[in-house]
Design a protein around this ligand. Structure first.
Ligand code: NAD
Length: 445
């Protein structure tokens, strides 16, 4: 469970603000940037089958939270994932809502960051209970004015899926009768429900585009054929691995919540996806049975074995001050949100390990989600600098590529201007971009 997520993100904003100076970021603005605007706690009551007598139903409560950070313009929406995980806490969701704002601002998306979650382990409950919990959450979130295509648009995150987004969308349209822009209440939906092609793989794909942008700009030098070790094999990790071959990357090690697998000559990703989808917890633990060349490996063993890059794509706070000194990699490409502790940043820098930070590297998901929402709500004019693609995979991929290249190069420029690491540069770029709007909104110069 994360403990320092909020502290980490605040340290990073403060470091970037210090570099930009108080003329760009006055104290009152810094105070706003490190603090969410709204926090919601929702209690969900459902009835579940009594484990002692399945014919009988007994009451059960689940807790949910939602956080809104800051939106530079009143016309913006709040945007961010809805997590299904037993360790969901208000403090972690505050940190992630703040990160979502910065991610959106780097990509020039007209969003205020949001994040939320339901404290539930989705793998431990039946589909009926999950649906019930989701609908009870939606009912309360709509009543409290949280969930709406005009206000707060949720998307899949850890433990939540396309099917959950479909349930939320159906319920919202049934409840409100909004059959005009109701599809836009969530993103990451099925295509038949208003979803966009390529959303499911967008975060993993965007990570490849982020790395490519840094390599093409001469910032990162890796061999033509690269190796990677990946932590997490859910939506982000598995899609990154699936596309790795196209980007000349051989995935040689994967680890998840339950165990890991290693093969120095490269893992067969399709076989691992089949293995994981066939078990209840969607884990690759035990997948060494696939080939005699595969070995069971722990996280510590994989970190020590090393590769060209490490790709954290699981939970926050993986790279701690005790992990960072043992890492045998040239690059960290952050798929997860907040995988590196602020104190560990310094160790990676001292060791010459370059980090492509989460707030840029994993922004493919929110970017394609924005395309989806803009199509659903016909809000094509919100930012004339962004081309909203047609609903086909090639157009979506082309539009995403444009966004990664343009904004990645802007981030590199800021890093060079202030002579700061890429993470700090990401925060600084985001602030530079929204500071004029925030000042205008507060009627301050
Ligand atoms: P997911 O639920 O689909 O997969 C999570 C994976 O992490 C699973 O393989 C799980 O076994 C593994 N995991 C969980 N706890 C772990 C632990 N303690 N140690 C090692 N592995 C562990 O989630 P996801 O959607 O792939 O999200 C992964 C990360 O990426 C999260 O930080 C999320 O916030 C971030 N993210 C997701 C998206 C998206 O579009 N889904 C977009 C941007 C960022």
């Amino acid at each position: 469970m994360a403990t320092d997520a909020l502290k980490n993100v605040r340290i990073r904003i403060e470091r970037a603000a210090q570099k930009l100076g108080s003329k760009i970021v006055p104290d009152w603005m810094l105070e706003e940037l490190v603090e969410p605007e709204e926090r919601f706690s929702i209690s969900i009551n459902v009835k579940i089958p009594n484990p002692l007598n399945p014919l009988e139903k007994i009451p059960k409560k689940f807790k949910a939270v939602r956080v809104w950070h800051r939106k530079p313009d009143p016309a913006d929406i709040w945007k961010g994932g809805l997590r299904y995980h037993p360790d969901v806490t208000l403090s972690d969701m505050e940190a992630h809502a703040i990160e979502m704002s910065f991610k959106s601002w780097i990509m020039q998306l007209p969003h205020g960051g949001a994040k939320g979650g339901i404290a539930i382990n989705p793998y431990e409950w039946s589909k009926d209970t999950l649906e019930d919990v989701t609908l009870q959450f939606a009912k309360r979130a709509i009543k409290r004015g949280i969930m709406s295509p005009r206000i707060d648009v949720m998307a899949p995150d850890v433990g939540s899926t396309k099917i959950i987004m479909d349930w939320l969308r159906d319920y919202y349209i049934d409840y409100t009768g909004d059959n005009i822009i109701g599809d836009g209440v969530v993103t990451g939906k099925s295509v038949g429900k208003g979803g966009i092609l390529g959303r499911e793989s967008a975060t993993g794909l965007g990570m490849h585009m982020a790395l490519q942008t840094f390599c093409e700009a001469g910032e990162i030098c890796l061999p033509k054929k690269k190796t990677a070790i990946v932590q997490g094999f859910g939506n982000v990790g598995s899609n990154f691995c699936k596309l790795a071959g196209e980007y000349n990357i051989s995935v040689i090690g994967i680890t998840d919540q339950f165990g890991g697998v290693y093969c120095p000559t490269g893992l067969d990703i399709d076989k691992l996806i089949n293995f994981a989808s066939a078990n209840k917890y969607k884990t690759i633990n035990g997948s060494e049975v696939i080939s005699p060349t595969y070995m069971k490996a722990s996280f510590d063993e994989l970190i020590a074995a090393g590769a060209d890059m490490f790709v954290p794509a699981a939970m926050e706070e993986t790279i701690t001050t005790s992990v960072a000194p043992k890492m045998n990699f040239k690059v960290v490409l952050e798929g997860a949100n907040g995988p590196t502790l602020a104190d560990a940043d310094n160790i990676l820098i001292q060791r010459g390990i370059q980090v492509i930070p989460d707030i840029y590297a994993n922004s493919g998901g929110v970017t394609v989600s924005y395309f989806e929402w803009a199509r659903n709500t016909r809000k094509f004019h919100t930012n004339p600098g962004i081309l909203i693609p047609d609903n086909d995979e090639t157009s979506v991929k082309t539009a995403l590529q444009v966004m990664f290249k343009k904004n990645g190069n802007a981030l590199i420029k800021v890093a060079k201007k202030y002579k700061i690491p890429y993470r700090e540069a990401g925060y600084a770029l985001a602030i530079e971009r929204v500071a004029p709007d925030i000042k205008a909104r507060n009627r301050m110069d």
